[in-house]
Design a binder for this molecule. Sequence first.
Ligand SMILES: C[S@@+](CC[C@H](N)C(=O)[O-])C[C@H]1O[C@@H](n2cnc3c(N)ncnc32)[C@H](O)[C@@H]1O
Length: 278
Amino acid sequence: MPLDKYSAANKANWNDRVPIHWDSDDYNIQQFIDDSNYISDIVQFDVDREELGDVSGKSLLHLQCHIGHDTLSWARLGANVTGVDFSDPAIEACKKLSVLSNTPGEFVVAELYDSPRVLSGRQFDIVYTGVGAICWLTNIKSWAEVCAGFLKPGGTFYILEIHPMAWSVSQDDHGDQLLLDWPYFESAGPQGYEEDTSYAGIGKVSHTQQFNTPHGFGEIINALIQAGLVLDFVHEHKVAPNKILPMHVTAGKGLWKMPEGREYDLPLMHSIKAHKPE
Ligand SMILES: C[S@@+](CC[C@H](N)C(=O)[O-])C[C@H]1O[C@@H](n2cnc3c(N)ncnc32)[C@H](O)[C@@H]1O
């Protein structure tokens, strides 16, 4: 399926980020390889809060799996994992990480909306998607239909994502003020911008153009309901895995939070668990 101009630009940008992220401290790839007990910070976040629950023996599909350290963390917790991503170098990195870390996983190149065709109607016990994923997608209703379609009856959907309100706030330094800078609702459409760096903090990309589409919290939740899923919980979190705002301070375990006294001003991440009726 040919990519639209937004996805084509994003794919070139993500291809450039793969070697940068592989070498960055953010992704701890060497530690993942050296220590068979190591779990990524993002998956550890779920484990610490018992959000997704026991995955052992279950088939788990990770949508937009990037270089696979979260996917393979679920494998280390006992899941039979399949990761999909539209970036060929990202999927190559996943396969390499799987071999080097001796952690089994299946990895497939597929654009999100085309992935049901590529995986030819397969269904899974768990569909998982993680931080920094859905902002790259233009249509949240179609995304939710893809997620629901991949689930077996009775299967579990789980997402942990940056909160749309946190995306809406200006990431420039405005002292102690929070300023709105970015649209909140999907109807604003894809928002183009140029950036030659990545959040991992090192290296430069040559394909600098990117398009993010906002999705409001209600739009995400309603898309899942309309796709036929039944909500188990909707959580809003006061921590994020990246230093989104200059005012953020460390919260330990690779997480960041609002400074003392401002913890109640802004949700930074959300997580949603839902299931497909039998
Ligand atoms: C920030 S990563 C999310 C994964 C994980 N949280 C992480 O940080 O490694 C975003 C991923 O989405 C992928 N992606 C973006 N748009 C996509 C699309 N339309 N179809 C499939 N993958 C896509 C990118 O290649 C990238 O690997």
